[in-house]
Design a protein around this ligand. Structure first.
Ligand SMILES: [Ca+2]
Ligand SMILES: [Ca+2]
Ligand SMILES: [Ca+2]
Length: 304
């Protein structure tokens, strides 16, 4: 959906997507209310004044509103496939002032487009709920689109992540995300199913986390298991893998090869008999291989 989307609609429809209401405006509060159809709203701050637009071309200042710790900007776009575009200048103004903003997508599929020019953290705290950088909350939101080197953080619950493109995927089947460079799991089990080529850095956080590689690999992104017994699982990977263990710390082994990884404790190979696992001879003073039915490697401190 591009910035000019409302202009592509026929004139008959345009009048129905424009009735954006500005309500409850005081010195520190304002509410934007959309229509029952799909609405687009662009928010930015220019010279300390909040400005809004429906087409990213014509902006209207909200001069009565000033930024302080009391500031509350509420956006409720009601039903329809809504799009909210949050400029970096607004995130900055909220962070500087201690003010807050919130977005309610309403029914249907709603998208937040994050700020460009800065790297922000998107925190998902529940079903279709979370915040950007702790200052811009959202609920009833189905799609998150990052810009730049953004990070998406899952809640401290069992999470299921699917990656089906570069920086693109879903979280718990509820939120889809695009153009996200870094994913951070919660404190318990996160499962990442990687089904396309990605270059995302993934830190699964604490808990017993699993990275399952289907058709996809992560050629330049780093896979970090963190604390807990974390799995690299190539059971359904279509070709042989080659991995080299380069070291270990208290969170597990790190290495390179088909994927680059750290904090990993268990590796499950493919069905292919040509998988290789190599221990970098300069990395370990002791290498103990136990080649029984469930082979193990140990440097006598950690066993994957
Ligand atoms: Ca709407
Ligand atoms: Ca985790
Ligand atoms: Ca680990």
């Amino acid at each position: 959906m591009d910035a000019n989307q409302p202009l592509e609609l026929s004139p008959l429809v345009t009048s129905d997507v424009n009735p954006l209401l500005i309500e409850g405006l005081t010195g520190n509060r304002v509410t934007f209310t959309g229509s029952a159809a799909g609405d687009s709203l662009y928010l930015r701050v220019n010279a300390d004044i909040l400005e809004y637009s429906i087409d990213n071309t014509n902006y209207t200042p909200v001069e009565l509103l000033s930024f302080s710790s009391q500031t509350q900007i509420t956006v409720n776009l009601l039903a329809g496939d809504n799009s909210l575009f949050v400029d970096a200048s607004l995130i900055q103004a909220l962070q500087d002032s201690g003010g807050q903003a919130s977005f309610t997508g309403g029914a249907d599929a709603d998208t937040i487009f994050g700020p460009g020019g800065v790297n922000v953290t998107w925190n998902v705290t529940g079903a279709n709920t979370g915040n950007i950088a702790g200052v811009f909350g959202f609920t009833e939101t189905e799609n998150l689109t990052g810009r730049g080197n953004d990070t998406l953080v899952g809640a401290n619950q069992a999470n299921l992540w699917t990656l089906n493109g570069n920086g693109t995927g879903t979280l718990n089947g509820q939120i889809s995300f695009n153009n996200i460079a870094n994913l951070t799991g919660g404190s318990v089990e996160d499962t990442f199913i990687i089904s396309d080529v990605t270059t995302v850095n993934i830190d699964a956080g604490a808990g017993a986390d699993r990275f399952r590689f289907n058709d996809g690999v992560n050629p330049t992104g780093l896979i970090t298991g963190g604390a807990g017994n974390d799995f690299l699982d190539f059971t359904t990977f279509p070709t042989a893998i080659n991995l080299t263990l380069n070291g270990a710390d208290t969170t597990g082994f790190n290495g390179t090869g088909t994927v680059s990884f750290a904090g990993i404790d268990t590796i499950v190979g493919t069905e292919n008999t040509r998988d290789t696992l190599t221990a970098n001879p300069t990395a370990f003073s002791e290498s103990v291989w136990n080649l029984d039915a469930e082979p193990t490697f140990s440097d006598r401190t950690r066993t994957p």
